[in-house]
Write a protein that binds this ligand. Structure first.
Ligand code: ADP
Ligand code: MG
Length: 699
């Protein structure tokens, strides 16, 4: 290891001032080593090179100043329990009053005589002169505060647990001091020189402690040459991996390449219960074309909920089976696997193919029997959860893997198949409409098919957001729909942190609805903590129409198909993310009946929650919802927290840095083509790439 690598690999715990507790706080924020620390940009930058003298302050501006505390203390107000912490700060030119509202703990933070830096709005306070209200603050107790914390443009980091922005600034400063200026560059010289980018070392330094002439505006837009270069560096490394993966996949060969003839077309016609939409036809054509190529298919099939992806996958499965090959069909939950099994067995009745359902609920003896038949090839289609290809199932000749509603498993599964020496076609289906630009950026090695239309005759779902006070009107409406023979969902949020409480609330809601609100109707309760056979019973009787109203946590979110259900009532809609609401809503609107979605919320709404509910009532277009969600929440949250298959970026912000990512893709493709790495080099590259972006870590 070079000296530079050793510095970068140093665990944060070994830095001066970081003990186990702070190291743990850093780790929770994803920062483990000095390398992580240096690649985490500040949240913003503050110009403390020209601190204003207190005498020159003007009301109505935001200002940075430094001075000493002359006096301070907590004061009560006429409002009970409302306290104000006041300090008087002097810098030699004048003094100013500083007030923090309702932050009584500051009593233990500040003391007379301290040297502080303050940043905040200057206000005119009646006749009493100027005042600084609720400013951000730092107490300067370092010896070299003058070089690190003031007298320059300083980085302001996000607080990570017990690590204050100021501590982090000091840690970064010290780490940069130790970093050798001849730090090896991660970008190829040719690329760096052609794009006229500063070196890695210079960029790290300037991104944290910018030179005096740097533009504060550019810094805060993360658009200085130094910041650009670090973002580009990460994007380039990422795109190089994508390109390498594509090259590797392109060299793979299937054992048997399926063909399609009239006999197969006829067999497809026999199982098809309806006419395909043109979107379905197009997607199917793209998939079947892939199946007939010698390289394994690597395709993502996107289509909004209800677009009819299942039948497309089934027809692709038929192509494989008619060629004497086998298919694995994986669903995210056992409920969904079961539902696919029922539908698919029914549709395959006119064919000679045999289907098996393998889940955790399959009794051991039956399982053994089925495994033997799969291995012998007398069962052609196996349906189960994602454990299917990871477990003990051995196929005679697995040719197609369909992964439903779980694009995040796609990457993982391909890797695990590859290590088993299998090269099947892989079709990943998702109703999470990943914005196209993002899909290209992240899954550049995947081919994408999109079904844009929905089966004919569907009426758009009517969506309304209502405060809880309107609950009774909605109940009356639901009753009327049930009387007309329809079915309904009541969805309860289940947040992991408060799972127990939420579960109780959902159960209490169920009791209340059954006893007080809908006493003459048949209700059912479904939640993730139920045993899987109990869940199955409930789902089956809802699907059969025996249960009229299903109270459920978000386990019904994906894929469940009960066309007669036409009303959805979402409780605490303000707690759900936009894409999740859209997924939930997709459970209704699956038949010719007009469907309704009610979003009940608890006032007052935060600005973001209001925005989400507005988006839901304004559009039913999944792609538009996805774009809005991405813009509102940023990509990390867009895909839910930390999912396998989703790269972890340190410097890149997928919304802000799209253009850089696209440029990096062009450069990375060109570089891989010109460098022409051997298969062995490619595979080493891929390994370190998967580690760097945490693509193979099982969540
Ligand atoms: P998703 O894309 O959400 O997985 P499904 O495959 O579950 O959608 O299909 C939703 C419903 O629409 C199913 O009941 C299915 O049988 C029906 N369906 C699919 N395609 C068509 C079509 N072309 N014409 C009529 N109904 C269709
Ligand atoms: Mg589906």
């Amino acid at each position: 290891m070079s000296a530079a690598d050793e510095v970068l690999a140093t665990p944060l715990q070994y830095l001066k001032g970081v003990g186990p507790r702070r190291a743990a706080d850093f780790a929770r924020a994803g920062l483990l080593t000095v390398d992580d620390l240096l690649y985490r940009f500040p949240m913003r930058y503050e110009d403390r090179s020209r601190l204003q003298s207190i005498a020159s302050l003007k009301p109505g501006t935001s200002s940075s100043l430094t001075g000493r505390i002359l006096s301070c203390g907590l004061r009560s107000t006429r409002r009970p329990g409302f306290k104000i912490f006041d300090a008087v700060v002097d810098d030699g030119t004048a003094s100013i009053r500083v007030s923090w509202l309702n932050q009584a703990f500051l009593r233990d933070v500040f003391a007379v005589g301290q040297h502080v830096v303050l940043f905040g709005p200057v206000e005119m306070r009646g006749s009493g002169g100027l005042q600084l209200t609720n400013p951000q603050y730092e107490i300067l107790d370092d010896d070299d505060a003058e070089t690190v914390h003031t007298g320059r443009i300083v980085p302001v980091y996000e607080r990570t647990g017990s690590v204050t922005p100021k501590m982090q600034r000091r840690l970064v400063y010290d780490a940069l001091q130790k970093l050798p200026p001849d730090l090896p560059d991660l970008l190829p010289d040719t690329v760096r020189v052609m794009l006229d980018m500063p070196s890695r070392y210079a960029s790290l330094v300037a991104s944290h402690f910018p030179p005096a002439d740097a533009s504060l505006t550019d810094l805060n837009a993360f658009a200085t040459p130094a910041q650009h270069r670090l973002i580009f560096e990460e994007a380039f490394l990422f795109q190089t991996g994508v390109a390498a993966r594509r090259k590797t996949a392109g060299a793979e060969r299937k054992d048997i390449v399926p063909t399609v003839d009239d006999r197969i077309r006829e067999s497809a016609r026999r199982v098809l219960p309806f006419k395909l939409t043109s979107g379905q036809k197009q997607a199917l054509k793209e998939i079947v074309d892939d199946q007939q190529r010698p390289q394994p298919m690597n395709r993502l099939l996107q289509g909004d909920v209800g677009a009819g992806k299942t039948i497309v996958a089934l027809l692709a499965a038929l192509v494989a089976m008619e060629n004497g090959l086998q298919v694995a069909f994986m669903a995210p939950t056992e409920i969904l696997a079961e539902q696919h099994f029922l539908n698919i067995s029914r549709m395959l009745q006119p064919s000679r193919f045999r289907v098996a359902l393998l889940t955790g609920a399959t009794p051991p003896a039956a399982r053994r029997q089925q495994l033997a038949e799969v291995e012998a090839g007398s069962i052609q289609l196996v349906i189960g959860t994602h454990a299917l290809v990871e477990g003990d199932v051995r196929f005679k000749h697995l040719a197609l893997v369909v992964i439903d509603e779980q694009h995040r498993f796609g990457v993982l599964q391909r890797a695990s198949l590859r290590t088993k020496g299998l090269h099947p076609d892989v079709l990943v289906m998702t109703a999470t409409p990943i914005p196209r630009t993002l899909a290209l950026t992240l899954y550049g090695d995947l081919d994408v098919s999109v079904i844009k239309d929905v089966p004919p005759g569907r009426l758009p779902i009517k969506t309304t957001a209502k405060p809880e006070s309107r609950r009774d009107d909605i109940y009356a409406f639901v009753r009327q729909q049930l009387d007309e023979g329809r079915q309904a969902y009541v969805i309860y949020p289940l947040v992991e942190e408060s799972e127990k409480v939420d579960l109780k609330a959902a159960t209490a809601m169920f009791d209340h609805l059954s006893q007080d609100v809908f006493p003459h109707y048949r209700l059912g309760l479904l939640h993730g903590k139920m045993k899987s056979d109990a869940k199955e019973r409930v789902m089956k009787s809802f699907a059969a129409g025996e249960i009229q109203l299903l109270v459920s946590t978000t386990v019904v979110e994906v894929g469940v198909d009960v066309p007669n259900a036409s009303v959805m009532l979402v409780e605490h809609a303000e707690r759900f993310g936009l894409s999740q609401l859209h997924q939930l809503r997709g459970r209704v609107g699956r038949s010719l009946h007009q469907s309704h979605c009610f979003l009940l919320y608890q006032a007052p709404l935060s600005e973001e929650a209001r925005e989400r509910l507005r988006a839901m009532t304004e559009t039913t277009d999944g792609f538009e919802i996805a774009e809005r969600d991405l813009a509102q929440r940023g990509p990390g949250d867009f895909f839910g927290t930390r999912q396998a298959g989703m790269p972890t970026f340190r410097s890149i912000d997928l919304v802000r840095d799209r253009a850089i990512l696209d440029r990096a893709k062009v450069e990375a493709d060109a570089w891989i083509d010109s460098a022409a790495p051997t298969a062995a080099v490619l595979s080493r590259m891929l390994e370190s790439w998967e580690q760097r972006f945490k693509l193979i870590e099982v969540a």
